[in-house]
Design a protein around this ligand. Structure first.
Ligand code: UDH
Ligand code: NGS
Length: 365
């Protein structure tokens, strides 16, 4: 049957064509999917690269900011070690010298004594002052190491005002300083100049000060440009006091607040030890300086303005009747009466938060 065989052949031929077509379709679909998958992978890699390039500047920027870190559980041992590690390079780091004129100064100050101040508040207001009334700038090396010596007896209220006003000023002046309150023990006649000598000697046991500021406890500067430091000549700082109508009472006046370097101080053999009671000891110091050919350096009347805390005359500090005779003979006596003949007994030495207090027995007339 030739018709049947031809029909079978046609059917077989069509089936084979269909199978080949299906195979071709399958291969095509596989190839298309394969090529598309290649495209996607390529695009992904490209994307990744471009992302990395675009985040590069961010990484740089992030160095300027502290890296974000997950909060960690504190390990006290590691924290102490970390502190020591970070303290070491800081100690090695040499600070630059502070500028000649502190950029922190503000100029004229408001000074008044009608509102009482407390030591607790002064301490809070001056967190950088260390025990003993010590301070030095954190970000530069101070140009001078200054010991501030205050002759003292029973003037606690005045001392609080002094600390309240002076600590902020001295810090703004970028000084490496310490405050020494030299307290005369007992009730013998007061001896201001001898207490100042004691302050010089005691402060040097504490630190290698090169400059000494001698300040009455009741005098407050009205301008922070009046720097409590030393100059090439001995300096008189309280040049323009309210009680004298903001002028000098006389040209040779050297009382109140003054400063001198160790060299100046030793050149005049320090201060006299035998002025008991009020008056004349500052004139004796002036005579000593003049006799050694030194001149007095002073700030301008404007910068040197200061206020005195008003008070009654102290007991046991009556005017010294011998003062006129003594100042007439400074040149003859100064070489044997001074820092080279100083004797005293330290009764106590205490470091308080805002000052060092040294109580001394200086004897009696
Ligand atoms: N000082 C004391 N306690 C005293 C005496 C003096 O701490 O008992 C100290 C204090 O630092 C004082 C300085 O020594 O600022 C000088 O004392 P001073 O009496 O020589 O000078 P001041 O200017 O008084 O304080 C002068 C007499 C005031 C009479 C006032 C009359 N209204
Ligand atoms: C002089 C005194 C000084 C004294 C000055 C100011 O007369 O010691 O007055 O005194 N000299 C003599 O007495 C020899 S004051 O007004 O501040 O009490 O510093």
């Amino acid at each position: 049957m030739p018709g049947d065989s031809t029909g079978n052949f046609n059917l077989l031929h069509r089936t084979c064509k269909l199978v080949v077509l299906l195979c071709f379709l399958h291969i095509s679909v596989t190839v298309v999917f394969y090529v598309r998958s290649l495209d996607i992978r390529f695009a992904f890699v490209q994307n990744q690269q471009s992302h990395n390039t675009s985040t590069q500047p961010n990484r740089d920027r992030s160095t300027a900011l502290p890296p974000r870190t997950e909060p960690k559980q504190a390990d006290p041992k590691k924290e102490v070690a970390g502190l020591q590690e970070s303290a070491a390079p800081q100690a090695e780091k040499k600070l630059e010298k502070c500028p000649e004129t502190s950029p922190l100064l503000v100029g004229p100050l408001r000074v008044e004594f009608n509102i009482p101040v407390s030591l607790e508040q002064i301490k809070k207001d001056n967190p950088s002052v260390r025990p003993g009334g010590r301070f030095r700038p954190a970000d530069c090396e101070a140009l001078q190491k200054v010991a501030i010596i205050i002759p003292f007896r029973k003037r606690d209220e005045h001392l609080k005002f002094w600390l309240h006003y002076l600590h902020p000023v001295l810090q703004r002046q970028q000084l490496d300083y310490g405050v020494y309150v030299i307290n005369q023990e007992g009730d013998a006649t007061f001896n201001r100049a001898k207490l100042l000598n004691v302050g010089y000697a005691e402060a040097l046991k504490d630190y290698d000060y090169g400059c000494f500021v001698f300040s009455d406890v009741d005098l407050i500067p009205m301008d922070d440009r009046n720097t409590y430091r030393c100059f090439s000549q001995p300096r008189h700082l309280s040049v323009s006091m309210d009680k004298f109508g903001f002028r000098l009472p006389y040209n040779q006046y050297f009382g109140g607040v003054s400063s001198m370097s160790q060299e100046h101080f030793l050149k005049i053999n320090g201060f006299p030890n035998n002025y008991w009671g009020w008056g004349g000891e500052d004139d004796d110091i002036y005579n000593r300086l003049a006799s050694k050919g030194m001149s007095i350096s002073r700030p301008s009347g404007d910068v040197g303005k200061c206020r005195m805390i008003r008070h009654d005359r102290d007991k046991k500090n009556e005017p010294n009747p011998q003062r006129f005779d003594r100042i007439a003979h400074t040149r003859e006596t100064m070489h044997k009466d001074g820092i080279n003949s100083l004797t005293y007994r330290v009764v106590s030495a205490e470091k308080f938060d805002l000052f060092t207090k040294i109580s001394v027995d200086v004897g009696k007339p």
